[in-house]
Design a binder for this molecule. Structure first.
Ligand SMILES: Cc1cc2nc3c(=O)[nH]c(=O)nc-3n(C[C@H](O)[C@H](O)[C@H](O)COP(=O)(O)OP(=O)(O)OC[C@H]3O[C@@H](n4cnc5c(N)ncnc54)[C@H](O)[C@@H]3O)c2cc1C
Ligand SMILES: NC(=O)c1ccc[n+]([C@@H]2O[C@H](COP(=O)([O-])OP(=O)(O)OC[C@H]3O[C@@H](n4cnc5c(N)ncnc54)[C@H](O)[C@@H]3O)[C@@H](O)[C@H]2O)c1
Length: 502
């Protein structure tokens, strides 16, 4: 097992920039006509450009900031690195449970924690460096792109002509209209990873995936965290029992939880930032050193001059696309956060490859949210794929759910990770799996078994016979299928109408 972070090197930041935005980069001279022009080099843009270039198409890729987009620079990668450090500190506090010396209040080296995050970001940046993209034959342009017509772009003042284009410009933090917020000062995911010291008191606005992940991580690093969510539960996209486990876990960590509470204003009192709140007509105040705003994301589309190319869009939802990811300009497609309601790296990458196939290879692939697994990386992790209970109700699809609690799973017991469950939704009268929610320490890994099962069209009958290693937390998936079999007592056979979901 690798126990150490990559070696610290004094030139880490320079190596990182050399890969994601080389200082001496000179944009290539544009070709006459590109098969594909890609705007934005986040997970969606990189996946699209590489997919098309490997198939021999001429590709222009335009990025205004850094290669890797939000995911590498200020999203999935830095947040998961910090969350891992937070787990390590939490494990020190819990060591007594395993018979090891407990450290009640481990001293935090925040500088070292942030340095580890930057080293990891540098290491991962190697996979899509500017020089590697150029070596693949991609014409990489650094600059701001906007449309110059139905089949042309400007990159700053340079004109590029294309047969097909892909908008992969991603999204940025949505800043709510809270009085005085600008004057008081706040952070978002775009600036939180630049902090040089851990704030003693942190107020987090928003209890979606972003707010919950970062609030719990900073709490475990030693900040006094208060989280404010204007909804009766955290993670409104998740099932109630999953969100309740998270509330309980965050309370156990010592976080102050304000559900059903709206952030209504901010002000300063000396160095302290005051967050004003409202809960059922009762106003309150939270004193903090930093306010972190996690209230959703808005697509980056305003500066693209979409009208010049006849592309319809909605300022909140992004570029309007059909199920094949095509915009109202038949030569322009979109992928990732710039157009999808599910804003995840995996969805960005898969939609981008699909859009390239549809644009250049003559495929007719439909983007389907129901086969995208996602996970919120709190402790425990909360992962989901497919239909939710309320989706089933809304669509009048009768379902039956099979739940296995982790405190009945041997490996969860040996690991001391008994909080959580595996719940699988099945279409009533057949063994067809329509969705699953998993709450577990490694739900992000377990949910991928459900993704494979669902895309292969494996039903509960067959799943009950798949031998798993023992002991394994994924054994809970097999136990749920065995519960299904006991319940139906062999009377429900494989559904002949069952089709793979992907
Ligand atoms: C803190 C945080 C944690 C996250 N954690 C996870 C996670 O664990 N798992 C997960 O799946 N998802 C996670 N996400 C979501 C994930 O980061 C995004 O879904 C993903 O980055 C979207 O990829 P994208 O390529 O569509 O857009 P982006 O990553 O936003 O990339 C778009 C790129 O386009 C460029 N661009 C924009 N406009 C222009 C223009 N006019 N000209 C040229 N370039 C332009 C931008 O500079 C940017 O580089 C997280 C997000 C945040 C904020
Ligand atoms: N693990 C992951 O995959 C991961 C992690 C982080 C972010 N993301 C993605 O990034 C995107 C943004 O995440 P997010 O959590 O910021 O957005 P979100 O929209 O999912 O959640 C924002 C929350 O803020 C609350 N809110 C809004 N205004 C408020 C106010 N004034 N006072 C109190 N609460 C308020 C809303 O009720 C909502 O629940 C999401 O689409 C998510 O998919 C993914």
């Amino acid at each position: 097992m690798q126990r150490t972070a990559p070696e610290a090197r004094p030139d880490d930041e320079a190596r990182f920039l050399e890969r994601v935005r080389p200082g001496n980069w000179r944009n290539p001279r544009p070709k006459g006509l590109y098969d594909l022009a890609v705007i934005g080099a986040g997970p969606a843009g990189l996946a699209a450009a590489e997919h098309a270039a490997r198939r021999g198409f001429s590709v222009a890729l335009v990025e205004r900031a850094h290669l890797g987009g939000n995911s590498l620079n200020a999203g999935s990668v830095p947040s998961k690195a910090i969350i891992r450090t937070a787990h390590a500190y939490d494990a020190m506090r819990d060591a007594g449970e395993f018979g090891a010396p407990e450290v009640e209040d481990p001293a935090l080296d925040f500088t070292a924690a942030m340095a580890r995050m930057r080293r990891i970001r540098t290491r991962i940046s190697v996979y899509h460096s500017a020089h590697d993209l150029a070596a693949l034959g991609i014409d990489l342009f650094f600059g701001e792109a906007r449309f110059a017509g139905a089949n042309a772009l400007f990159v700053d003042d340079e004109r590029l002509a294309f047969r097909k284009a892909l908008i992969a410009t991603g999204a940025r933090p949505r800043i709510p209209d809270i009085p005085n917020l600008e004057r008081t000062g706040y952070r978002t995911s775009a600036t939180i990873f630049e902090m040089t010291a851990l704030p003693k008191r942190l107020a987090v606005i928003g209890g979606g995936p972003l707010g919950c992940e970062l609030a719990q991580a900073f709490c475990r690093l030693g900040a006094h965290v208060t989280i404010v969510q204007n909804n009766p539960k955290f993670l409104p996209r998740e099932e109630r029992d999953a969100a309740e486990i998270l509330s309980w876990s965050m309370a156990r960590d010592g976080m102050e939880i304000r559900l059903n509470t709206t952030a209504t204003g901010t002000r300063r009192k000396g160095d302290t930032k005051i967050l004003e709140t409202l809960n059922n007509d009762v106003s309150g105040e939270i004193e903090a050193d930093e306010i972190l705003v996690c209230t959703g994301r808005v697509p980056n589309i305003e500066t693209l001059d979409l009208a010049a190319a006849g592309i319809a869009a909605d300022p909140r939802r992004g570029v309007t696309v059909d199920e094949f990811l095509r915009s109202s300009n038949p030569d322009v497609y979109a992928a990732g956060d710039a157009c999808l309601p599910l804003k995840f790296t995996n969805a960005a990458q898969s939609s981008a490859r699909m859009a390239v196939g549809n644009a250049l290879l003559g495929t007719r692939q439909r983007h389907d949210n129901s086969v995208i697994p996602w996970c919120t990386f709190c402790d425990p992790e909360i992962a989901h794929i497919g239909l939710q209970v309320w989706d089933a109700r809304r669509q009048a699809i009768p379902i039956k759910s099979y739940t296995v609690m982790l405190n009945d799973v041997d490996r969860a017991i040996t690991d001391g990770q008994e909080t959580g469950f595996v719940k699988i939704h099945v279409a009533e009268g057949s063994d067809r799996i329509l969705g699953a929610t998993i709450v577990a320490s490694r739900a992000s890994e377990l949910i991928n078994e459900m993704a494979v099962i669902m895309s292969a069209g494996i039903g509960m009958q067959a799943l009950a016979d798949v031998v798993h290693t023992y002991p394994a937390q994924s054994g809970a998936i097999m136990l749920a299928a065995q519960a299904y079999r006991r319940d139906t007592d062999g009377t429900v056979r494989n559904d002949p109408s069952r089709k793979p979901l992907a």
